[in-house]
Design a protein around this ligand. Structure first.
Ligand code: F6R
Length: 366
């Protein structure tokens, strides 16, 4: 059932090229330059009239929501707020009939997310669900939605659910951007083309597995770890840190790279591994100068870089290369080495990767 892999998590990490493709199959019609999503099409008026989108989710799904915030604002020019469902539901939020609430959930059963949906509905908002489990409570409770087609995710640590959520949300953003006229026809076509190239790029990113295992061996006994990224890759840094925490029990934090000097830099010494997402597109020079700051404080640097990178290679202790992509799609690729790094560290430490202590696959109580 694990398809020859030692753990479900590793199997699911490797399933991502196919899961992403399954998620856009039938929806992305590149030759006609069309994105077909009935849940969006049938409610186009509500989407286009929305003053803002409010995304509600928990955990990894919340991180996918943060990536979506960048995509929706960047491409479709729609203001987006991303909320932890648990906070949203209890703080008397301002919601109106002009709001579109997007709930993201792999399981479709998360209690806080479900409660946030009910609250939003009671205020007259239009609620759209992005779920993986067909027929789940959240899928039933929402006004409309789009499924991710990741297939069953068994490992407690979410991997393919995350990348397929980003895939669905990217399709939505592109469709809405086209409808609103906030994207040019050529940019739109270029995005469709690049999205179709993602599965093979993820496949290539997976080839770094043996190198990542070596790096994992060097850092497995660390007590703390920092993950840094900027722009679209800031949420990826958060997700990388969450993955490490939940399966290896090593304390990790994700930060926007520029925030480092406002506090976390005090933690840096020769025992602190810092994983920095430093791909070519998107604030590269700025990230390089953040890396220089870490280096001068003797931090150990693991760079996630674009193939052929020169600058970071000179500064970092290790680099893991990933294929080049547009900035907006890069989270689908940069997240892969971070998943593998957590996986290998947890395995080397002898942890129960698929069922980490204290965690459940779906959190049906608040
Ligand atoms: C992390 C993880 C959790 C879930 C969170 C939300 O790997 O699995 O953080 O992402 O409990 O779950 P869903 O997406 O099912 O609502």
């Amino acid at each position: 059932e694990k398809g020859g892999y030692d753990h479900f998590m590793l199997k699911e990490i490797h399933e991502q090229p196919k899961a992403i493709q399954d998620t856009y199959r039938g929806r992305l019609l590149r030759e006609q330059a069309i994105i077909k999503m009935s849940g969006v099409e049938d409610n186009m008026k509500r989407f286009l009239n929305a003053k803002r989108f409010i995304i509600v989710a928990c955990g990894t799904s919340w991180h996918a929501g943060l990536v979506a915030e960048y995509i929706f604002e960047d491409l479709a020019r729609i203001p987006v707020e991303v909320e932890y469902a648990s906070e949203f539901r209890y703080r008397n939020p301002v919601i109106s009939e002009d709001d579109v609430v997007i709930a993201i959930s792999q399981s479709g059963e998360t209690a806080d997310t479900l409660a946030a949906i009910k609250l939003a509905k009671s205020k007259g908002a239009f609620v759209f669900g992005v779920c993986n489990v067909v027929g789940s409570s959240i899928a039933r409770e929402t006004d409309a939605g789009a499924y991710t087609h990741a297939g069953p995710e068994i490992g407690v640590a979410s991997t393919k659910a995350f990348t397929t959520q980003i895939t669905v949300l990217t399709l939505m953003a592109l469709r809405l951007a086209r409808a609103k006229g906030t994207i040019s026809s050529s940019d739109y076509r270029q995005h469709l083309l690049e999205l179709e190239m993602i599965p093979s790029k993820v496949e290539r990113a997976l080839l770094s597995d043996p190198l990542i295992e070596e790096i994992a061996y060097k850092y497995k006994d660390s007590r703390n770890c920092l993950y840094l990224g900027r722009g679209y890759n800031f949420p990826v840094a958060l997700e990388g840190a969450l993955k490490l925490k939940e399966i290896s029990y090593i304390h990790a934090e994700g930060y926007p790279a520029a925030e480092m000097k406002h506090g976390p830099i005090a933690l840096i010494d020769e025992n602190m591994p810092i994983i920095v997402i430093a791909t070519k597109k998107g604030h590269y020079e700025k990230v390089v100068s953040n890396i220089q700051e870490i280096k001068s404080r003797k931090g150990r640097i693991i760079g996630i870089v674009t193939e052929g990178d020169v600058q970071v290679k000179e500064l970092a202790d290790h680099v893991i290369e990933v294929p080049e992509s547009s900035e907006s799609l890069s989270p689908l690729i940069t997240t892969i080495p971070l998943q593998l790094l957590s996986y290998h560290i947890a395995v080397l430490l002898g942890k129960n990767v698929d069922q980490p202590r204290n965690l459940a696959k779906s959190v049906t109580v608040e």
